[in-house]
Write a protein that binds this ligand. Sequence first.
Ligand SMILES: NC(=O)c1ccc[n+]([C@@H]2O[C@H](COP(=O)([O-])OP(=O)(O)OC[C@H]3O[C@@H](n4cnc5c(N)ncnc54)[C@H](OP(=O)(O)O)[C@@H]3O)[C@@H](O)[C@H]2O)c1
Length: 248
Amino acid sequence: MNELHDKTNRSLDGRTVLVTGANGGLGEQFVRQALERGARKVYAAARKPKGREDRRVEPLALDVTDSGAVARAVASAPDVDLLINNAAIAPGGDSISGPEDELRRIFETNFFGTLRVANAFIPVLGANGGGTMLNILSAAAWISVPTGYAASKAAMWSATNALRLQLLGQGTQVIGLLVGMVDTPTSARWEVPKVSAASVVAQAYDGVADGAIEILADEQTRGLKSQLSAKAEQFYPWLHEQLKFFVA
Ligand SMILES: NC(=O)c1ccc[n+]([C@@H]2O[C@H](COP(=O)([O-])OP(=O)(O)OC[C@H]3O[C@@H](n4cnc5c(N)ncnc54)[C@H](OP(=O)(O)O)[C@@H]3O)[C@@H](O)[C@H]2O)c1
């Protein structure tokens, strides 16, 4: 295990963090709690970065679909040792049977964009002691919500586990975070129980400090994982019952 993870106080003392999608619901929390936990510096990356009061925060322009912008971000942030791939889109009207252009747009951000940033920062993490890559996935990676979003998260779940293997040699901690509904602008259109962004981020940073490789950040997702080994003939009818709300 990389010595960066050998912490018992779960602080981020001395860490340099980069958060993509830093203006969003979870993104804001990732920035705020990194500061509270003592991070040395936080790059708050966003398509339109905003000014920040804390001098430890460095706003960074980063559209994850723009390879030039990703290369510039790597050049501007050579000291990152905790990369948080948080940016994603979840457009209204998204359907797995919808227009191919729209499905490609979702994959361009959620899968290729995330993977582009991940791959671009591999040498940076390696040069900074191995470090940590935290990929924000979704319980939708495991449940058959009929959307391009869910498919993109399933693809990124697979890629996250592959990156972990790929990066064994440089000692990078690669974490997948899965969670159901979180109270952020993305989920505003669904009136269902949601956990707070603050609780998800707190569990994420605890996991970083503890050397976790998978974080299941709500009861729903922890319960879901325990069901995955059930027979398909039992599991999918059970799942469809849970998901009626989304396809009604
Ligand atoms: N909310 C939930 O229920 C939930 C559940 C499971 C997983 N998640 C995941 O949690 C993460 C954060 O989502 P959230 O709920 O906080 O949503 P959010 O408030 O919509 O934040 C998403 C952020 O991603 C940014 N973004 C979108 N496209 C981008 C691009 N091409 N380049 C750079 N940034 C881009 C957005 O930036 P702009 O401000 O520029 O649009 C926004 O700030 C996502 O990965 C999401 O899939 C959310």
